[in-house]
Design a protein around this ligand. Sequence first.
Ligand SMILES: [Zn+2]
Length: 222
Amino acid sequence: MIPCPPVEWRQPAEPPAEQAPQPAPATAPGYASQLRPSRWGWVAQKQWCVWVEPGPTTDRWNQRWQTAVTTALSTWGEQVRLVRVSNPDDAQLRLWRRRPPLQNGRASHGRALLQLQQVQRQGRESSALEPLVEVLISPGQRQAAIQATALHELGHGFGLWGHSELSSDVMGAVPGAKPALELSERDQQTLQWLFEQPSALPAAPSQTTAPEPAPPSDLTAD
Ligand SMILES: [Zn+2]
């Protein structure tokens, strides 16, 4: 069981400039060469505490949304270990049932936003860098479209901050005529490549002095 409840969290210190992460080479498998690392490096972890916004159980529109996102979570659950939590404060990834606000005048059905935080958890000697991902999935679509949107945005959330050029991949930049509801071979290869990279997450830089407050390190993608 992952110790989900954090004791406290704060903004992480800025990463040293000489540690600027490099993107993947063009020869990397799948569409890994399209991925962007965060300023702290690759956001790669195989276990996530996930919270899903509840809704009225009698509302069939909410039931449809819950079924679609739960199915998408199960699909990713074959690649990453997911722990569902009932308190949003305990989560590293939060799935919200709402339409993303317009961004640069552009509407979309889903959005994912990453912040990195310095988190102190119970039973640990020191704090560590952890992700906090907010995923917004619009309820106003057909069930298959909600599921495809959730698969795509969860892919960003789990570290695939980039797009494939193929609509047959769940991370395709442009959705195909038929929604991608299964992870393709390329989706899995790309995630596997990510897991083989040095992750920014497990080993947080140890701070002997209090860090200056830093602006959030945001990666955002539709
Ligand atoms: Zn996207």
